[in-house]
Design a protein around this ligand. Structure first.
Ligand code: HEM
Length: 499
């Protein structure tokens, strides 16, 4: 396959936008608004291919919006390595200071529909497709260091409860019954809920937020040495947020416009990229479950090593082609970077490519914005399916001697890299202990200023008031039991507002 050139995403030359108007078979059509009919008052003809193509293509302009993270914005840019980390990862892109690769980013809110506000109170998606010389590495991150849940089936439920209620068909802005019911039933969500209803719940657009892998990944070297890592992306623009009132008074496309305008005027947003790391031994003695994404790793004990920078310097020329058709998958990995056993991450390795196959078709990685940009030709035994662009010509579609492919050597000894997996199959589900409330309590008591604490209480109470009257007593009782475990004073303040 020939790698597509970046110029695919150069803004079009305004003098170059014209062409000969034609049907999709290339046959010129004299008038785009004319149609064929019998005389000035007769019926329209089925032979009018131009009109039929126009109507039928229009009917197929929409593809399914993402089930989650439907509202978003994207841009293109570059990754630059600022510190070699070749001692712990064999990925070439991170091995030499100054090495660069092109990338595409998509920021998003989570629960809202494609037309909803990009200033909603919601976690923010922070997806990056790094087109490295060794293949695509997708980072599908968030703007908070933790996630609501740590048992993969609950992903579906936490997302269902932020969607429209099946009966009232209202969003959580008007009917929050399901949201607070879920919170009461699943107390491990408390840490992310405090983030969400606190000041960082509404970032001031996409440029003023940090990014976090949330999950633990593994870095590894060619000789099979590996470490657990978590990735951090720090906004060089600084973190800024809106209050609920400010956000409500602004356009639902405020963040889209802010990013587009900034890039257009050459004010390119940048993020520093770093990792925290632990060896397996450190992880075992740390008292931290590195596979529990409701928790963070203390920075004092596990400091961040900064190794790269991301700069966004190019707007999409065509939003649909370059952002809506962009699809990110945590399963897109390169040598030197492996998944950990975090069960939520493991589920995601399946979830995203499956979503892309449904949303964009089986050949989604051949769409220009998703195509790898490796310097070598590459082939495989996938064939056909809707929308093939790289048909692989006459190459036989099985491993054989007719036209043998070249097989790379294994990058490292995987029996070493996955040596931390032991045991036999169990039906797993996590239990909630007092440990699960510590981080949110610390956030509330020691990190938030008094005015931020007050805004948290107001935001929580005004959302909890949107629980349907009939359900209020039972939903509030369970939710308040969780708040009490986070912090009694916080619970009392919320309760006072609900009274
Ligand atoms: C079991 C857990 C999860 C599953 C099954 C899951 C699944 C999905 C699916 C199906 C999409 C839509 C993809 C598309 O249509 O192209 C999506 C979007 C997204 N998810 Fe998750 N997700 C999970 C947890 C998480 C977590 C923990 C994070 C972050 C750490 C995350 C970050 C994102 C982001 C950033 C997007 C937007 C991608 C884009 O911009 O296209 N998700 N998720």
């Amino acid at each position: 396959m020939s790698p597509p050139h970046l110029s695919r995403f150069e803004p079009p030359n305004p003098d170059d936008l014209g062409g000969i108007y034609a049907n999709v078979n290339g046959a010129p059509v004299p008038n785009p608004s004319a149609y064929q009919r019998i005389g000035p008052s007769g019926p329209v003809l089925l032979q009018d291919t131009h009109l039929i193509e126009l109507l039928s293509h229009f009917n197929r302009e929409r593809i399914p919006e993402r089930t989650v993270h439907s509202k978003g914005s994207g841009a293109h840019g570059v990754f630059r390595c600022s510190k070699s980390i070749s001692d712990i990862s064999m990925a070439k892109i991170f091995g030499t200071v100054g090495k660069e690769c092109p990338l595409t980013v998509r920021f998003s809110t989570v629960g809202g529909e494609a037309g909803s506000s990009d200033l909603a109170r919601s976690p923010r998606g922070f997806s990056i497709k790094l087109k490295t010389e060794e293949g695509n590495l997708d980072w599908v991150f968030l703007n908070s260091p933790v996630f609501f849940i740590r048992d993969p089936p609950k992903f579906v439920y936490i997302n269902h409860v932020t969607k429209r209620d099946p009966m009232t068909n209202l969003t959580i802005d008007d009917d929050s019954t399901m949201l607070w019911d879920f919170f009461g039933q699943n107390p491990e969500t408390n840490h992310q809920v405090v983030h969400l209803f606190g000041d960082r719940g509404i970032p001031q657009g996409w440029r003023h937020m940090n990014g976090y892998s949330c999950h633990t990944y593994k870095f590894y070297t060619a000789d099979g040495r590996w470490r657990y890592v978590q990735i951090h992306m720090k906004s060089k623009q600084g973190v800024k947020t809106f209050t609920s009132q400010e956000a409500a008074s602004l356009s639902p496309d405020w963040a889209q416009n802010d990013l587009f305008q900034a890039i257009s005027r050459g004010d390119f947003p940048k993020w520093e990229i770093g990792y925290q790391s632990m060896t397996q031994e450190e992880a075992l003695s740390s008292g931290i479950n590195v596979f529990d994404m409701t928790k963070t790793w203390p920075h004092a004990k596990y400091p961040i090593t900064w190794f790269g920078e991301m700069e966004l310097n190019k707007n999409a020329t065509n939003y649909f082609a370059e952002v809506e058709q962009a699809a990110f998958a945590p399963s897109n990995l390169i040598s030197g970077w492996a998944p950990s056993a975090d069960p939520v991450l493991q589920a995601r390795l399946f979830g995203y490519p499956d979503a892309a196959r449904y949303r964009l078709g089986v050949n989604w990685q051949q769409i220009p914005v998703n195509r790898p940009m490796v310097p070598y030709g590459f082939d495989n035994f996938h064939r056909d399916g809707a929308g093939v662009m790289d048909d692989q010509g006459a190459r036989p579609n099985y491993p054989g001697d007719v036209a043998p492919l070249t097989y790379a050597a294994p990058p490292a000894d995987f029996s070493k890299i996955y040596s931390d997996y032991t045991g036999s199959a169990v039906n797993a589900i996590s239990t909630v202990t007092s440990d699960d409330f510590k981080e949110a309590r610390n956030l509330y008591r020691n990190i938030m200023q008094p005015d931020a604490r007050e805004r948290l209480v107001n935001n929580v109470a005004s959302s909890m008031k949107k629980v349907r009257k009939r359900e209020q007593e039972k939903v509030w009782t369970k939710a308040m039991a969780v708040w009490k475990q986070v912090d009694d004073e916080l619970a009392q303040k919320i309760l006072k507002q609900l009274a």
